[in-house]
Design a protein around this ligand. Structure first.
Ligand code: CO8
Ligand code: FAD
Length: 416
């Protein structure tokens, strides 16, 4: 049946991510927005505490969290919760170090482990657990491996991500094709025991920071879309790869977005992901994992806007009263509470994936709804950084029009 209570472990993860955001992200967010500097130190700390690569299975050294667990973390990271500062101060709350001690046990005993010996999150608590887009882009690069990687590939490339604080990137979009993945022109040609990749990718998050890339390339020009592409894992230091300049984006400016050119890049066949021709489906299937997470990021941003706007409306006075008491303002705030329905869609889409159910349609509904709620909420609250940060949610991982395309196609299928 339905249940709306987080498990103890999910509550712990949520609190951990909230605390990390409070102590490590909020204090530097405005400065990083100004400079556009890549937050290496914060990502390292997030990696150390276990907030990065959350869905890498335990057998490859990861914490093996589900998509729903990941969504809980992502919302907190995207929130950048200033309210929480006050809550923790008022409570005389714990800092991250104290919390690590609580979870690991000051005496060296891992109390979490002791309490939950069969807990699936145990490796997660060996570390403790931010900066959402860069971290999420790692998850996106890893998703095709989780969908289709063999044990050797996963041990090598996912394992590497758990051994060192490395970044990875998902290279699908090109200068000439973003929404229309079928229109990609990067191609891979088999030569002996290797593949030779030529082409250009664009708007690649973590592009200049990645240790390896997932690359989608055309391998059969005559085949239908579902059979025309193959996915590859490509080491970033392979000769022939040229990384372009960092794009200066409107929002989420600390994130590293670049073009990448592949010129006669030789990739061994052992780095081919899945069967030849299955790449398009693998790349789409990866979105079934990550669109709920991107949507959850939008929920986090919307929640921040709503809470900040409410606080402001309760303080700011006009016409002899707090503006909250002007119904036109209060109703704008009430409309922001639509984030509750967006979160439910996120949880449903994520939960379905965790249950092994096909969630493509729900993932698109969650992403379209959450990115709309985030943009509406950010527009109502006059903090221009939130507005700039919100826009991208309607573009990456498929624009809102593309989500509606998927949703409407689903409706048509159901009506047949
Ligand atoms: N799972 C498995 N198979 C699938 C899926 C899926 N989810 N979707 C489609 N397929 C299969 C179909 O069943 C079909 O199979 P067959 O040929 O056997 O019938 C085949 O794939 C082709 O499917 P379609 O006919 O539906 O293909 P279309 O060409 O009509 O294209 C879309 C479909 C939906 C338009 C697709 O191209 C799309 O999703 N476009 C949007 C692209 C996109 O989202 N890009 C995002 C790039 S990554 C990014 O932006 C990262 C952001 C930064 C990360 C950090 C975040 C915080
Ligand atoms: P286009 O596809 O050219 O679309 C232009 C407009 O037409 C859009 O409004 C679109 O919604 C609309 N449109 C297009 N086709 C249709 C249709 N059939 N029906 C209705 N409307 C339509 N890509 C990656 O592969 N990896 C990444 O890590 C990555 N990170 C990104 C980070 C940032 C900051 C940005 C801006 C983009 C990133 N992208 C990444 C690319 C992103 O996924 C694409 O920008 C997005 O999918 C849209 O593609 P496009 O820009 O080519 O626009």
């Amino acid at each position: 049946g339905y249940g709306f209570t987080l498990t103890d472990d999910q509550s712990s993860i949520q609190e951990l991510a909230r605390k990390f955001t409070l102590e490590e992200i909020i204090p530097v967010a405005a400065e990083l927005d100004r400079t556009g500097a890549y937050p290496v130190d914060i990502i390292k700390k997030a990696w150390e505490v276990g907030l990065v690569n959350t869905h890498i299975p335990a057998e490859f050294g990861g914490s093996g969290l589900g998509v729903l667990d990941g969504a809980i973390v992502t919302e907190e990271l995207a929130y950048g919760c200033s309210e929480y500062v006050d809550i923790m101060r008022n409570r005389g709350g714990l800092n991250l170090g104290d919390m690590t001690a609580v979870l690991h046990g000051k005496d060296g005993v891992n109390h979490h482990l002791a309490r939950h010996t069969s807990c699936p999150y145990t490796p997660f608590f060996k570390h403790l657990q931010g900066i959402q887009t860069a971290i999420e882009a790692n998850g996106l690069a890893e998703a095709p491996l989780i969908v289709a990687g063999n044990a050797t590939q996963n041990k090598k490339y996912l394992g590497r991500m758990t051994e060192q604080p490395l970044m990875a990137a998902y290279c699908v979009t090109e200068p000439g094709a973003g929404s229309d993945v079928a229109g990609l022109r990067t191609n891979a040609v088999k030569k002996g025991a290797s593949w030779v990749i030529n082409g250009q990718k664009m708007w690649i998050t973590n592009g200049g920071k990645a240790n390896w890339y997932f690359v989608l390339a055309k391998t059969d020009a005559k085949a239908s879309t579902g059979k025309a592409f193959t996915g590859f894992i490509v080491d970033a230091d392979t000769p022939g790869i040229q990384v372009g300049r960092k794009e200066i984006n409107m929002g989420q400016r600390a994130s590293d977005t670049r073009g990448i050119t592949f010129e006669e890049v030789v990739v061994p066949d052992e780095n081919r992901l899945g069967e030849v021709g299955q790449g398009f489906k693998i790349a789409m299937n990866a979105f079934d994992i990550t669109r709920p997470l991107v949507a959850s990021g939008a929920v986090g941003l919307a929640r921040r806007a709503m809470e900040e706007a409410t606080k402001y409306a309760l303080e700011r006075k006009t016409m002899g009263s707090e503006i909250f008491n002007h119904q036109a303002v209060a109703f704008m705030l009430a409309d922001m509470a639509g984030i509750e329905s967006a979160r439910l869609m996120v949880y449903r889409a994520a939960w379905m994936r965790d249950q092994g159910l096909k969630n493509t349609w729900f993932a698109s509904i969650a992403k379209a709804l959450a990115s709309e709620v985030a943009n509406r909420s950010a527009a109502e609250y006059p903090v221009e950084k939130l507005m700039r940060d919100a826009k991208i949610f309607q573009i990456y991982e498929g624009t809102s029009q593309i989500q509606r395309l998927i949703i409407s196609r689903g409706l048509a299928d159901m009506a047949k």
